[in-house]
Design a protein around this ligand. Sequence first.
Ligand code: UDP
Ligand code: MG
Length: 322
Amino acid sequence: MNNKIMYSIVVPLYNEELVVQETYRRLKSVMDNTKENYEILFVNDGSKDKTVNIVEGICRNDGRIKLINFSRNFGHQAAITAGMDMALGAAVVVIDADLQDPPEIILEMIKKWKEGYEVVYGKRAKREGETFFKKFTAKAFYRLLKSMTTIDIPVDTGDFRLIDRKVCNALISLPEKNRYVRGLVSWVGYKQTCVEFVRQERFAGETKYPLKKMMKLALDGITSLSYKPLIISGYLGVLTFIAGIFATIGVIINQLINRINIISLPLILSINVTMFGLVLGCIGIMGQYIGRIFDESKGRPIYIIDSTINYKRVDKRYEISC
Ligand code: UDP
Ligand code: MG
C-alpha cells in the first residue's frame, strides 16, 4: 500500500474541550470511508482548558492524529496557516472544530477534487443556531468585502474548504502576517468550485469569535484585499471641501444681500464636531493600513510552536525540529 498521505485535515482549536473528542470521532468515521491515507492536524491555539490533554490522549491511540501546540493564542487564521504549513497531504481540508461544518461534506469535496477542481469551498446555504446579529453582520460583511475588491470572493463562505497541494504551496509561500485565509485562497486563483451545506449549530460550548476578533478578521479581510477605504477617505475629503466652499459662498451672499446672519454658535459647534469625526475616521482608516505595514516590517513569524506530537518533520519556515 502506498504510504503517501492523501488527505490532511486541519482543525484549529481554542478552548474546545467540550467538542474535540466528538470532532475526532466524526472526522475519523468520515475519513475511514475514503479507504485512503490521511492525517488530522489539531492545531491548539493556546487553549487554557483541557483541550490539549484530550488531544494528547487521542494522539497516543492513533498515530495519524497530530498535535501542533502554539506557545499562546495567535488566532484562528494563524492556526489554519500553521496547519497548512505542516500538512503533508495531496489535498488539505480546513474545518472548524465545533462541528458547525459537517465533516460528511468532506466526502463531497473529495469527489469534486477528483473531478479536477483545485479548490472546493463550502458555501453556507443556511446557518442554523446562530444569533440574528451574527448572521446579519456576516452577510453584510461578505457583501461589503465583495463590493470592495476586484477579486472574485464567494459570499457566505468561511474557511471550510478543500485545497489541492498546489494551492496549499501557493498559500504558504505568501508571507503576509495579518492573514485572511479565505480571501487569499480567492487571490491565488486556480480552478474553484463549491459544495453547499447547512451550517449546523455548535456541538457544544460557545463561539470563540467575540465581536473584537470578528472586527479584526473583517478589517484584515478588507485591508489585505482592497485600497478602497483609503480612496473613499480621499473622496470624502474632496466632497466636504466642495460643500465647504458652497456653504461659505452661501453665507457671504446671505449676509451681503439679505443681511441675514445664519451663523450661530450651535451651528459652528455641530459642524466642527462632524468635521472632526470625519477627519479622525479617515486617520483611523489610514491607521489600519499603517499598523499592518508595521507588522509586516517587523518580520515576526505568524505563530510560534511550543511542541508537537506525532509530527516528524523539520519546519521549513521556522527551523523548529520536532
Ligand atoms: N479558533 C482558534 N483560535 C481563536 C478562535 C477560534 O483556533 O482565537 C478556532 C475555534 O476553536 C474553532 C474555529 O476557530 O475551531 C472557529 O471558531 P468558532 O467556531 O468559535 O467561530 P464561529 O463559528 O462562532 O464564527
Ligand atoms: Mg463555529
